[in-house]
Design a protein around this ligand. Structure first.
Ligand code: F6R
Length: 236
């Protein structure tokens, strides 16, 4: 594991984008595992700059996102599909047909999860997975539990996650209580993992996740077993 602490969110974003850019340049048909939330916004802005100035070409890239709220369509501005379209996809030359986000409105969510895992397998797995980390240690929406779940599955979001995510919604009651998330198998099988975190409030959970015991109570701790993990943290 490489644990890199930097002095600002801007630097974190430039570094993370640099790692993703290197992946896109060295393997133009890479499968990128992508995340939503506040942490990757700066990274996506840097990637857009790279596209605009002609350094990066996403035309052969495929993306698979980690998760989606259950019950929100892609047109809902709180959905993760909407987030990805508006923070990255619309501004680069990725082929929309090669961007995958779990469908939180599928009639059969279990079947949707199985099909999502099958899709990732068909694509040959993830080359580089970008992650954030929740205050309770979740990655994707793999919340603290008694065991790690391998497959893409539906989860009940924990109170602390609903609370943390309510900042994006008009009211706390509007935050969906369930999500569909990639499980640990696809994340751990990614060839490279890049986790970014910023803010003093993430310090304790990073300490537990990367310097404490490996336990499903701190889901991100499983990443300690990943052979190619980079964590970039900025306290500011
Ligand atoms: C988002 C995701 C979540 C976030 C995490 C941190 O797709 O999977 O695990 O990465 O909740 O969110 P932020 O970056 O908003 O602190």
């Amino acid at each position: 594991m490489r644990f890199i602490q930097v002095e600002s969110y801007e630097k974190l974003s430039r570094m993370a984008a640099g790692i993703i850019a290197a992946q896109v340049i060295s393997k133009p048909d890479s499968v990128l595992g992508l995340a939503t939330g506040s942490s990757p916004i700066g990274t996506y802005k840097e990637l857009i700059k790279g596209f605009e100035n002609g350094d990066l070409d996403f035309s052969e890239i495929t993306s698979v996102n980690l998760d989606e709220y259950v019950g929100l369509t892609g047109e809902n501005d709180q959905s993760y599909r909407y987030f990805m379209n508006n923070n990255l996809f619309y501004y680069i030359n990725i082929n929309n047909e090669n961007t995958f986000v779990p469908n939180g409105c599928a009639d059969d969510l279990a079947a949707e999860g199985a099909a999502y895992d099958e899709k990732i397998k068909e694509l040959g797995g993830i080359d580089l997975q970008l992650l954030g980390i929740g205050l309770d240690g979740h990655i994707g929406f793999n919340e603290p539990a008694d065991f790690f779940t391998k497959e893409t599955h539906v989860v009940d979001l924990h109170e602390s996650t609903i609370e943390a995510n309510s900042r994006f919604f008009a009211s706390r009651d509007d935050v969906p209580t369930k999500a569909i998330t990639m499980g640990m198998m696809s994340i751990m099988q990614a060839k490279k993992v890049l986790l970014i975190a910023n803010g003093a409030n993430k310090k304790d959970i990073l300490q537990k996740a990367f310097f404490g015991p490996i336990t499903p109570e701190v889901p991100a701790s499983i990443l300690q077993l990943h052979p190619d993990l980079t964590v970039i943290y900025s306290e500011n």
